[in-house]
Design a protein around this ligand. Structure first.
Ligand SMILES: [Zn+2]
Ligand SMILES: [Zn+2]
Length: 388
C-alpha cells in the first residue's frame, strides 16, 4: 500500500522554513537549547505530551491514539558539528565554526513533520514517542538519554531512526539485519623517553623512533591479527612530539581510531595494540602508556525490525533494498538499539545539487528527503500499530 503524500506535501513549506532556520542557527552537542525549545514548542502546538531536559537537552513528545498497547520510539538527532560551512547558501550558518554538516537539522524537521502528520491522521492505535536527542556527534547524547531513564519513562517496544545518505540517490532506502554502523574506539598512546641533545642519542631513549616503529606495527594488526573474513579498520591519525632539529623530545603521542562490528574483533585489536606497545617499550627503553576508549558500540539492527523498516520504505520509496554491507562510520543510536530492538535506515539524498558527503564543508541536507522521511515514519506507525 502506497502512502498518500498529498497531506504531507501541504506541510512542507513550513517544515522547510523551520529546517532552514535550524540550519542558520546550529548548536553543538548538549548545547541545543534553542533547537530543543523550538522542538518542544512545535510538539506542544499539536497537542502532544512533551518532556524536556532528558539527558541534557533531549526532548520527547508522546502521541497516543486508540486503545492499542503497542509503542514505538522514533528518534531524530539535533546537534551540529564544530567546523565552518562553505556552501554559500542564503540560509547558511550564522555562527562561526558551527555547521549542520550532517543534516541533523533535516532529521529534526522530518521527525517534527512526522509528529504533525500522525497527530492529524491518526491511522494507528497505540503510542508513539518522538525522541529528539542531543549530541549525536561523538558525545553520546543517546547514552545520556538512556541513562536518564528514557525507556523506563517512555516504554518503546521498538525504536527506529533514519539518516540521510549521500552515497545513495534521492528516493533510495537501504538497511540490513545485524550490524549497520561500526563500533568506534579511539586510542591515545604516550611514549616517554627522557629527552636530550640530538647529537647524543645514546643518552636518551628515542621516543620519535619508538613511535615510528609502533605506528608501523599498529598497521599490521588488521592484516595479521584479525581473521580475513572479518572486517575492521585501524587508522593512526595523529603523531605529536618534538620542538627543534637538535633536541630529542621527552615524549611523543600517537592517536587513532578503530572501527569494528563485533566485540571479539574489538577485544583482539585492543589487546594487540597493548601487546605491541609493551614490546616497543621493552626494545626501545621508552615508557609507553595506552589509553583505549570504546566510545560508541556497533549499531546492530534487529532482524525483524530491519524487515519492518524495509517494508515501510517500500510504501514510500521507489528503490528499496537490503544494504549489502554496513558502514565503517558510527552512530549514537547504537545505545538505543542496545536497549530496545529496532532498526536504522539510510535514506538516499544525492542528486545533481546534493553531491557532497556528510561532514564536508559543502554539504547540505536535501529537502527532498523531508516528505519521504515523514511518510516512512508514518508507514511504520500505521504498519506496526494497526488499529483493531
Ligand atoms: Zn555526523
Ligand atoms: Zn549524522
Amino acid at each position: 500500500m502506497r502512502i498518500d503524500t498529498r497531506p504531507i506535501d501541504a506541510l512542507l513549506p513550513e517544515l522547510i522554513a523551520l529546517r532552514r532556520d535550524l540550519h542558520a542557527h546550529p548548536e553543538l552537542g548538549f548545547e541545543e537549547h534553542r533547537t530543543a525549545a523550538i522542538v518542544a514548542e512545535a510538539l506542544r502546538a499539536i497537542g502532544l505530551e512533551v518532556t524536556t531536559g532528558i539527558g541534557g537537552t533531549g526532548v520527547v513528545g508522546t502521541l497516543r491514539n486508540g486503545g492499542g498497547n503497542g509503542s514505538l520510539g522514533f528518534r531524530a538527532d539535533m546537534d551540529a558539528l564544530p567546523f565552518a560551512e562553505e556552501t554559500g547558501l542564503a540560509y547558511a550558518s550564522t555562527r562561526a565554526g558551527v555547521f549542520h554538516g550532517c543534516g541533523h537539522d533535516g532529521h529534526t524537521a522530518t521527525l517534527l513533520g512526522a509528529a504533525r502528520h500522525l497527530a492529524a491522521t491518526r491511522e494507528f492505535s497505540g503510542t508513539v514517542h518522538f525522541i529528539f536527542q542531543p549530541a549525536e556527534e561523538g558525545l553520546g547524547g543517546a547514552r545520556a538519554m538512556v541513562r536518564d531513564g528514557l525507556f523506563e519513562r517512555f516504554p518503546c517496544d521498538r525504536v527506529f531512526a533514519l539518516h540521510n545518505w549521500p552515497d545513495l540517490p534521492l528516493g533510495a532506502a537501504r538497511t540490513r539485519a545485524g550490524p549497520i554502523m561500526a563500533a568506534a574506539d579511539k586510542f591515545t598512546i604516550t611514549l616517554t623517553g627522557r629527552g636530550g641533545h640530538a647529537a647524543m642519542p645514546h643518552q636518551t631513549p628515542d621516543a620519535i623512533l619508538a613511535a615510528s616503529e609502533l605506528v608501523q606495527q599498529l598497521n599490521t594488526i588488521v592484516a595479521r591479527r584479525v581473521p580475513a573474513m572479518r572486517s575492521a579498520v585501524l587508522s593512526v591519525t595523529k603523531i605529536a612530539g618534538g620542538h627543534a632539529h637538535n633536541v630529542l623530545p621527552a615524549s611523543v603521542s600517537i592517536m587513532g581510531t578503530v572501527r569494528t562490528f563485533d566485540v571479539a574483533v574489538q577485544d583482539r585489536i585492543e589487546a594487540s595494540i597493548r601487546a605491541m606497545a609493551a614490546g616497543v617499550a621493552l626494545s626501545t627503553e621508552t615508557e609507553i602508556a595506552v589509553a583505549y576508549d570504546r566510545y560508541y558500540p556497533a549499531t546492530i539492527n534487529d532482524a525483524d525490525a530491519a524487515a519492518c523498516a524495509l517494508a515501510a520504505a517500500r510504501a514510500v520509496c521507489d528503490d528499496v533494498d537490503v544494504a549489502p554491507d554496513p558502514a565503517f562510520t558510527s552512530e549514537d543510536f547504537a545505545f538505543m538499539l542496545a536497549e530496545r530492538p529496532g532498526a536504522y535506515l539510510w535514506m538516499g539524498q544525492a542528486d545533481s545539487t546534493h553531491a557532497a558527503p556528510l561532514h564536508h564543508p559543502g554539504y547540505d541536507f536535501n529537502e527532498g528527503v523531508l516528505p519521504l522521511g515523514i511518510a516512512w515514519f508514518t508507514a511504520l506507525a500505521e504498519q506496526l500499530l494497526r488499529p483493531e
